[in-house]
Design a protein around this ligand. Sequence first.
Ligand code: GS8
Length: 220
Amino acid sequence: MAGSDVILLDLWISVFGARVRIALAEKGVKYEYREEKLDDKSPLLLEMNPVHKKIPVLIHHGKPVCESNIIVQYINEAWHANSPPLMPSDPYLRAQARFWADFVDKKIYEGAKKIWTTKGEEQEAAKKEFMDVLKVLEGQLGEKPYLVGERFGFADIAMIPFSVWFYTLNKIGNMNIEKECPKLAAWVKRCMERESVSKSLPDAHKFYELFLEMQKKKGQ
Ligand code: GS8
C-alpha cells in the first residue's frame, strides 16, 4: 500500500461511494481511487472492512474508516483546515445536519428499493410512501437553498447521490418526482452546479441502463 496516503475503495455506481467522492472533492483532497468488484472483493477490502465487507472504505495513512456518513465526517475533521467546512459551526445546526443525513439513510434507500422490487398494488403503495418521504425533504428545504443552514454540507452530501435514481424511478414507477417536488428538483440543480457533485455522480441514464440489465439478469 506504499505511496498513497489516501485510498478510496469504491464502486462507480454506488450512492454511498459518491458521498465520499463529493466530500474529498469539496476539501480538495488528492486520493487514489480503487474500483472494487462486489462479486470478487479484494483482499484489501476484506482486511479493511472485516465487519461489513462493504465499500466505500477510506484508507488514510493505512488505517480504514468505514460507513459513508462516518467517512464524510472524518474527512471534514481530518482536513478541517481545508475549506469549506462540511458541518455547520453551530451545535444545533450540526445536530440537524446529522438528523437529516440519518433520515436519508433510514428512508430513501429502502424506499426506492421497494419501488423496483415490487409490482401492482404493492408498488403503488411503495410509490406513495416514497413520495411522502421526498415531500418531507421538500418541506425541510422550504425556501432555503440547502437542507440545513445556508451552505451546502453534510445533509446535502448524504442525499444528493440518490437524485441519480430519480430518472429510473420516474420511468419504472410512472412518476414525476420533479413536478411533485419542485423545491427538491431546484435543490438538485443547485447542488449539481458544484463541480464536486457533478463530477462525482454517475450519469442517471447509465444508471437506468444498468438497472435494466440487472432486472434482465434477475428475469424480471
Ligand atoms: C452502506 C454501504 C453499501 O451498502 C455506507 O457506507 O453508508 N451503510 C453503508 N455498500 C454496498 C455497495 S453500494 O450499494 C456494498 O459494498 N455491498 C457489498 C455487499 O453487500 O456484499
